[in-house]
Design a protein around this ligand. Sequence first.
Ligand code: FAD
Ligand code: UDP
Length: 389
Amino acid sequence: MDKAGHEVEAVAWAASGGTGFDCLIVGAGFAGSVLAERLARGLGQRVLVVERRAHVGGNAYDCHDAAGVLVHPYGPHVFHTNSAEIFGYLSQFTAWRPYQHRVLASVEGQLLPVPVNLDTVNRLYGMQLDAEGMKRWIASVAEPCERVRTAEDVVVSGMGRDLYNKFFRGYTRKQWGMDPCELDASVTARVPLRTNRDDRYFTDTFQAMPVHGYTRMFQKMLDHPNIKLMLNTDYREIVQLVPWRHMVYTGPIDAFFDHRHGHLPYRSLRFEHVTLPQAQVQPVGTVNYPNDYGYTRSTEFKHLTGQVHHCTSLVYEYPCADGDPYYPVPREENAALYRRYQADAALLDNVTFVGRLATYRYYNMDQVVGQALAAFQRLRQRQAAGASD
Ligand code: FAD
Ligand code: UDP
């Protein structure tokens, strides 16, 4: 349907209720879809979800490629959380396939486990340390600093400069386009050091992939008579046309305010998808390339999805400055700029900002779900307070 058709349809739908929409939700990713589901199913609100892209799911969207392999067009998404509440909430909309993600880094001609663990160190340096030996060795190479401030400090103070140079410096420079000493400690703190042989990328209590993919899960969340979905539509095209009482905005916060304080930096990626006529290429889901090539990592989707297929599909991630905003860039000057937008946002009583782009936070999927569920509780209390006035 063309845009004019969409607009007419939305207006007609709104008008048919007489009072328009209770909530206009911008973006059908995790933040927008969780709130749409909760407001419609939990509070009986009439919700309009407007999504610029041609599909739901935001960056977690998945689909079958031309060969029939289930892929993640916007990069690999592995679900993991320690929250039973968040896992339980999503489990209403999908069954799960248990999956523990494993990552190897290509360093000096070897594929070595990341996060750095006992095997990484023994194989890299030709040693035969046990866990106690590794602790002593790490203590001898680590370079403690008084105040761990940057992404470099975290690694160098935790495991020394040689491991930093081999596993973190090049990768981070590629990924973020700047040196680790210019980024917040939180960036590299995502990847721990292990003195045991645990080679899982994550150690969360719940680690699993939606059995039929993320998109099917989103479709189920949004499948409710009170939820109206408009794809291929920027909210600005309809925001004046459709009557609504409250807005949930999950796009970039600086764009909402027409960049009035300047552009917030987001890091982008170019994805190169490849399909090969063989069942498997990599020994594990993801291989990192800290020191070679323009891409940071390659991911072979069948490891994640468990799909059986005679072909296999991989994605190579090339970080870049321009393109869709994927990563907020964690550094103090950006946080300061975000706080100016946050102050503007706080003045808007009828708009709630939720999600990775709208709150400028380097959040994983589960954290965005948690943030959206918390926002729902606040909206619910507001509605209850309004009703009792
Ligand atoms: P998004 O998914 O970005 O959704 C926002 C939506 O709003 C988008 O669909 C966008 O099109 C829409 N939108 C924006 N502006 C407008 C507008 N003006 N009008 C209409 N629509 C608009 N997390 C994990 O937990 N595990 C992982 O393995 C993992 N891997 C990742 C890999 C990559 C390459 C990236 C980039 C992220 C990864 N993440 C991962 C993080 C995860 O993608 C996010 O936490 C999550 O998808 C954020 O959801 P969101 O709803 O906040 O934002
Ligand atoms: N990182 C690194 N080398 C690695 C893996 C990660 O230097 O082999 C750094 C890099 O700065 C990266 C950050 O740690 O951006 C967080 O890694 P993670 O795998 O969590 O990144 P994401 O999956 O969010 O892109």
